[in-house]
Structure formats: structure tokens, C-alpha cells
Design a protein around this ligand. Structure first.
Ligand code: ATP
Length: 277
């Protein structure tokens, strides 16, 4: 499903043309990385995607009720604590105080906020303030999530947690777009990479995200449990393990395989996203 589309979009600041004739479609489940040199217009594209900026020419169509945006610079609300700020943002998004509090604490815990959720935000370090900005964007699961250099300032643990959170958000059906300068982070996170160069957008790489299912025969079905995984139409690779079998499928087609497994008496040990090389 298409979540947002830029069609022949141009953007000028005064007489300077920053973007020229940009076409970009973003579908549910995609993780798009926008790359390019400093000043090439990446943040401008992100602001157009969420509607914070209007195109000078062309059109933007959006099909998302909940849109979340993490800017590259987070203006923290000085006197509020992280917990109070997130409760407030949750209520603005229509969540109950209880839900907003629970979800905030869960996200801050996953991102390992240090310094305390009740500390005034002006006392938080840059990385911890960034964690609050990320939690804000994920409070109410978005259909469109747009992040401007979201890894900036994060420590190693939060770095991988953010990758997991973005992948989960895409798996839940959101379209995710981000900018990032590290090739390694882009490679390990994005399903598609587009580069901006002199105002033009080009697709660099399209990846198919893969899911690995680790299955074990349950109960009485100890010998193969009636499914020939090698012949399953969606399965790309099968490996036998001591406990059962590991199968690799394109993400998005693994639900049907999971159902087949469960219907034939297999137990699901793990479901894991795998990034292709
Ligand atoms: N409000 C504005 N008014 C005038 N020029 C602007 C404005 N916003 C951005 N620009 C210019 O547009 C160009 C693209 O900026 P943008 O922030 O989109 O680049 P970027 O690719 O995100 O850069 P970086 O990698 O440094 O974050 C830059 O030359 C910038 O100076």
C-alpha cells in the first residue's frame, strides 16, 4: 500500500532550486534511506514527506492518519521531565494518560534512557534527549515515520535498539524514511536507498528484507511433521538443525508459512529479520 508519494516535486528557496522533478513513492513496510552530500536536500525531502514544507511545484499525496517526525535538532522543552513531556505528547495524540505513561516508560526503558525519566529535560545529555525525541515519535504507532539522522548521538546499545524499533515499525505496516551518513547503518537497516545529487533523486539499491523462522516439530509429529519445506513456494533456503529446521523467506510472505507450520504441529522457536548482504 502506498503511504506517501511525491510527484514531480521541485523546491526553491528564492531563486535557488534545491529539488528538481523529484518522484518518490513510499510503501507500507519499506525502510527508505535517503543519502547524499551535506546540503543536497535530504532534510528538505523529509519535511515535504511529512507536510512541514510545501513543494514549489508538483504534488505530495499522503495516506496516513498517524505521521511521526524526528527532526535533526530536537528542541527540548526545558522544564518538563522526559516522562511529563511524553505524557503530554501522548495526550495530544489522543492517548489516555495511562496508555501514554505506560508506552513512554516502555520506550525509554528499551532505549535505556539514563539520567532518569523524571529529570528536567534541560539536564539530559544530547543522546538522552534524542532518545526522548525517538520515544515521542513512536508513542502512537505511526503509519508514516520520518527521521532526520536519528542515530546521531546515540550510544552503541541504543544504536541497535533504534534499528530494531524501526524494523518493527515497518513490519507493523508503517512506511519509514530516514537520512543517515553512515554506509554501514544504511546497509544494515534500509530496504531501499535513494541518493540526492544536485537536486535529483536516484534509487541506488533495493533490498528484499528476509525473515528467518526457526521451527521445531512439536508433540507427536517428531519426524518432519508433514511439511516439505524445500518445496514450499515462498521458502528460499532450508537448513536442518538438531531441534528442527530453519527456513528463510522474503519478509511479508512469512505469515503464510507460519500458519502452515502451526497447522502441521510445528512450534515456532524464533522469528528473526535478516538483512541481505
Ligand atoms: N529555510 C531555508 N531557506 C533557505 N535555504 C534553505 C532552507 N532550508 C534549507 N535550505 C538550503 O537547502 C539546501 C538543502 O538543505 P537540506 O537541509 O535539505 O540538506 P541536507 O541534505 O539535509 O544536508 P545535511 O546532510 O547537511 O543535513 C541547503 O543548501 C540549505 O542551505
Amino acid at each position: 500500500m502506498e503511504v506517501v508519494r511525491l510527484q514531480k516535486v521541485s523546491k526553491r528557496y528564492g531563486r535557488r532550486e534545491i529539488l528538481a522533478d523529484v518522484d518518490l513513492r513510499l510503501n507500507a513496510g519499506e525502510l527508505l534511506a535517503l543519502v547524499g552530500a551535506n546540503g543536497s536536500g535530504k532534510s528538505t525531502v523529509l519535511r515535504l514527506l511529512v507536510g512541514l514544507s510545501r513543494p514549489s511545484a508538483g504534488s505530495v499525496q499522503r495516506n496516513a492518519d498517524v505521521v511521526s517526525y524526528v527532526p535533526d535538532v530536537f528542541t527540548s522543552h526545558d522544564r518538563l521531565s522526559a516522562a511529563a513531556y511524553l505524557r503530554h505528547m501522548g495526550r495530544i495524540r489522543g492517548l489516555s494518560t495511562r496508555t501514554a505513561r505506560g508506552r513512554s516508560l516502555e520506550l525509554l526503558d528499551r532505549l535505556a534512557l539514563s539520567g532518569g525519566a523524571d529529570t528536567p529535560m534541560r539536564k539530559l545529555s544530547k543522546g538522552n534527549a534524542q532518545k526522548v525525541a525517538l520515544a515521542q515519535a513512536l508513542l502512537d504507532p505511526p503509519q508514516l515515520l520520518v527521521l532526520d539522522e536519528p542515530w546521531a548521538g546515540l550510544d552503541a546499545t541504543a544504536h541497535s535498539t533504534l534499528r530494531e524499533l524501526l524494523t518493527e515499525t515497518a513490519e507493523q505496516g508503517a512506511a519509514v524514511a530516514f537520512t543517515e551518513h553512515s554506509a554501514e547503518v544504511v546497509r544494515s537497516t534500509a530496504t531501499r536507498v535513494c541518493e540526492l545529487d544536485h537536486g535529483r533523486l536516484a534509487t541506488l539499491r533495493q533490498q528484499t528484507a528476509l525473515t528467518e523462522l526457526h521451527l521445531t516439530p512439536a508433540g507427536t509429529h517428531l519426524n518432519g511433521a508433514g511439511v516439505d519445506w524445500e518445496r514450499h513456494p515462498d521458502v528460499l533456503e532450508v537448513r536442518r538443525t538438531e531441534a528442527g529446521v530453519t527456513v528463510l523467506l522474503p519478509t511479508g510472505r512469512h505469515d503464510a508459512a507460519l500458519l502452515t507450520a502451526l497447522n502441521h504441529g510445528w512450534s515456532v522457536v524464533t522469528v528473526r529479520q535478516v538483512k541481505p548482504e
